[in-house]
Structure formats: structure tokens, C-alpha cells
Design a protein around this ligand. Sequence first.
Ligand code: UDP
Length: 239
Amino acid sequence: MRHDGRQPDELRPIRIQRQFTKVAPGSVLISAGDTTLLVTASIDETLPPWKAADPAAQKGWLTAEYCMLPGSTSPRKRREREKVDGRSTEIQRLIGRSLRACVDFETLGPRTIMIDVEVLQADGGTRTLGITGGYIALCDAIATLGDKVSKDRPVLTTSIAAVSVGISHGTPILDLDYIEDSQAEVDLNVVMTGSGEFIEIQGTAEGRSFTRAQLDQQLALAEKGIRQLMELQQAALKG
Ligand code: UDP
């Protein structure tokens, strides 16, 4: 039994609210327990200069930014004014790489999708929840393109969700909160497609090590959690 009463294979309660703000074409408030994010997806009808110079410039692009708001954690996190810190840079690149795996950039055409993940409250698992919520925001934003994109080929080729898993006191556990994350022997972030393939796996056993068998156990747990998250994504997208 975990400190919050969950079973080892249990996700935190997930809440999803689409169209949370009005201006961005995709805007999702998503929470897993006490971790709460606002994820928006915006569409720019241009390409970044480095991409526009490319001969294959008819293809679009997707990128992401991630920010923990100062009051999202205690002690307060200093606002990132001039330079984004190393952790946020790593996380936003992970979110961008992950969500690019589901976009057909030829069908999207020469436009840029920006995913913005704002952490309103951090209690572990912000990067994985950013990806899970980012996919929903992305679906909503793409839907607003209407006739600007071909109807014959979908812009989004699969669904994407992500979850954290880890090993705590020798037991594999799903969807770690901050207390669990800070005490875990292993911390693993897993991103998967709707067809059950992996996009990215980030695993760390800081100052320790883990076995192949433990990796397999954690991946099985992650896959189970991601399937549940995908059902919740689909339910939210229908609602
Ligand atoms: N955290 C924090 N301040 C920071 C970095 C992390 O309070 O500057 C907390 C926060 O609760 C976060 C957790 O530590 O969710 C785990 O951080 P990690 O870097 O493992 O990323 P995450 O699990 O959020 O993807």
C-alpha cells in the first residue's frame, strides 16, 4: 500500500477539462492527483526561419515550451525570465520530440504548432502529464484547421500518452507523486503510441542500478497505465 492509499498499479485520479481558456485553439486543464497543468496548442501559419530555409519547407513543425510557475511548488521556484533552466529545457525538448511522433508534417503543411505546458501545481510527473494533455490540446488545435488541410490523410497518425513508473522499496509502482519520486530507487518516464510502441524511455537509478527484469516489469506497468490514460483521452475528446 502506498502513502496515499493507492495500489502499486494505480494511477492518480485524472481530471481533464478541454477548452479551459478561449484564445488558443487547444487548451486543456489536466491533473493527476495534485499535479495540475494548463496545456495549450497554438498554430502559427509560418515556419521557424531555420526550417523555412530547408528545401523540404512544405512540411510543418511542432515544438514545445514548459514552465513551472513560481507558486507551483514550495519553496517558490524563481521565474525563468531570461534563461530557461536546464531541467525545463530537457523537459520541453522531450515533450516536442514525443508529440512530433504523431504528426504527419506533410499533411500539416508549412505551419508551426506550439505546445505550451504551464505547471500550475507540481507534485511529480509533470513532463509525462504534459505529453498526455498535450496530445488532447493538439487534437483540438488540428480540428480547427478544417479545410486548410487535406481530408484524405489525417494530420495525426496515432495517439500518444506518457506516464512515470519507478521502484519503491523494491516494488514497481505506477504514476509517482513527489514524495514517491524523491524516495524511489528507480524513476522511469515512458512515452507510447496508441499502437503500443515506444517513443521515448527515460530511466534513472541515481547512484544505484536496476536489472533487465526490473526494467521489463516497469515497462509492463507503464503500458497498463498508458492504456488507461488513452481511454481517458478518448473519453475527453468525445465529451
Ligand atoms: N520539483 C520542484 N522544483 C523543481 C523541480 C522539481 O518542486 O525545480 C518537484 C516537482 O514536484 C516535480 C518533481 O519534483 O513534479 C519531480 O521532478 P522531476 O524533475 O522528476 O520531473 P517530473 O516528475 O515533474 O516530470
